[in-house]
Design a protein around this ligand. Structure first.
Ligand code: GDG
Length: 479
């Protein structure tokens, strides 16, 4: 239920993220309806916005003119217009072809284009203006992610009365990699407009602090960065620390306990021919996720005769992502070639080695897949957190299953009791997958139980409250 209101309203709590938490869906009668998108961030903000007077600033998902601001399920949604060309330059270009590779260890080379940077700055300015329009005096503003790194400074320039926090969902790179960015100094200054900066891991926060020292001549002490005074401006101190994100554990556990999901999990196994071992991968189709390394290890295990059909099968969900960016097109071709080769060589009539699904599914189907899988493969080369690992654990109320987890994820720092792997080490990865398959059931249940304690302890509401508490306690009080 959404209503469009034309009166000008301001809010004490403002979220800014690249996307609004809704998707436009065309109804049968041709009318457009806004439906809440299922993401974890939306759920997290739901619990924070409840009881507060909250607005959300973001792109509505279609290029060109933005719809008028409207209310949706207790949230004021303020769309920011982004043109088709800006999508190409600000989003696909600078955000996903410049920043994304630099922030993920340059797994693919980053591309630098001055026109992309200009579009990034322009769109960040538009977001900042929208934030200032809806923020009440003294409001708290929470900016999200790498697409909006200039927003903190741009908001502060216009509105010294508001308190500004920023959370990075992806890693923050080591200084040596960050150094490549021709725009490293303005990006750091953009972020330092905030009062508090949250990162997934302590190492990410430390990388940021080091970069400020190297490229802005800032003084740093522990997790605090102090900027030298500049033409009459007073010095400011900004804190940068780790606040690892999580998931809505209770609602996912409840879903996984439901009769229909448990039944669906059985059905999935049956339709796969009731294999002895079902392995599962769930990722956006992204080169950071280590899907190729995973497939390589899996293929070699067939080659070695350690695995075979029909005993074993792998379901790989690879959700379509950033399909217009070249690196993603290339990756898709590589993955599809590899899957074709594995199936051509090792499948039998009636038993398939890899079920590759380039599709997205609803939450219930995902929960059923998690419940059905004996081994969950989470093998990124670099990942800010990786929520899939936490979701798998949250669904395994039966203490069944085993999690293979890369040490290059943020999740590793909480879930080190999983079957840990270095995905670059194919030999080691193969051994870890085999241990997860053949491991003693009692040991595996103990491991899962330990993992569940960690995930249950730090759920998404706790994450949001932790971030906001740090923001409220940030060293500088707003003017
Ligand atoms: C970024 C950072 C960080 C995937 N396919 C489907 C589907 N999903 C859901 C998963 C999970 C989410 O999407 C993916 O989250 P991840 O954390 O695994 O990865 P990114 O998309 O790269 O997210 C990451 C995260 O931000 C949060 O800070 O953890 O490191 O890169 O929730 O379940 N959901 C549904 N259908 C699908 O087909 N419903």
């Amino acid at each position: 239920g959404c209503t469009s209101v034309d009166k000008q309203t301001t809010f004490d709590f403002v979220v800014a993220a690249n996307r609004l938490p809704v998707d436009a869906v065309e109804r049968e009668d041709g009318e457009v309806e806004w439906r809440r998108s299922p993401g974890g961030l939306v759920t997290a903000m739901d619990s924070v916005m409840r009881g507060r007077d909250g607005a959300w600033v973001g792109w509505a998902g279609t290029p060109g003119e933005a719809p008028a601001p409207f209310e949706s399920e207790g949230m004021w949604l303020h769309p920011v217009p982004v043109s088709a060309e800006e999508i190409e330059h600000y989003y696909e270009g600078f955000s996903n072809d410049t920043l994304w590779p630099i922030y993920h260890d340059v797994i693919v080379p980053a591309r630098f284009r001055r026109t992309w940077w200009h579009a990034y700055r322009r769109v960040n300015e538009r977001f900042a203006e929208a934030v200032c329009e809806v923020a009440a005096k003294g409001a708290t503003v929470w900016v999200h992610d790498y697409q909006l790194q200039l927003v903190p400074e741009l908001v502060r320039e216009r509105r010294p009365d508001v308190r500004i926090g920023w959370f990075n969902h992806i890693p923050f790179p080591p200084v040596e990699l960050f150094a490549q960015l021709p725009w490293r100094a303005p990006l750091l200054r953009g972020l330092l407009g905030a009062d508090y900066l949250g990162f997934q891991r302590t190492a990410d926060a430390q990388n940021f602090v080091r970069a400020c020292r190297s490229y802005l001549g800032a003084t740093t002490k522990g997790d605090r960065v102090t900027l030298p005074a500049e033409d009459g401006q007073p010095t400011r101190t900004v804190r940068a620390s780790a606040v690892p994100i999580s998931i809505d554990v209770a609602s996912l556990t409840e879903l996984a306990r439901s009769e229909s999901v448990q039944q669906r999990a059985q059905e999935i196994r049956a339709s796969l021919g009731d294999p002895k071992t079902l392995l599962l991968g769930v990722d956006r189709l992204d080169y950071t996720k280590g899907i190729r390394h995973r497939l390589k290890a899996y293929e070699e295990l067939f080659e070695d005769g350690a695995l075979s059909c029909p005993d074993v099968t792998l379901v790989q969900v690879a959700t379509p992502s950033r399909e217009r960016v070249d690196a993603y097109k290339r990756l898709r071709t590589q993955i599809e070639t590899t899957v074709g080769r594995i199936n051509g060589t090792y499948s039998t009539v009636g038993a398939t080695a890899v079920h590759y699904l380039h599709q997205s599914y609803d939450r219930a189907e995902m929960a059923a897949l998690y419940l059905a899988a004996d081994v969950m493969l989470v093998t990124p080369l670099r990942d800010g957190m990786n929520l899939v690992a936490k979701e798998y654990v949250a669904c395994r109320h039966d203490l069944g299953g085993a999690l293979v987890l890369s040490e290059f994820t943020g999740a590793y720092h909480e879930l080190s009791q999983a079957f840990i792997c270095n995905p670059h080490d194919i030999e080691g990865l193969k051994q870890t997958i085999m241990r997860a398959i053949t491991g003693d059931e009692r040991t595996k249940r103990r491991m899962m139980s330990a993992l569940r304690k960690r995930v249950t302890h730090n759920d998404v509401t706790r994450w949001a409250n932790h971030f906001l508490a740090n923001l409220e306690a940030s060293p500088e009080k707003p003017a």
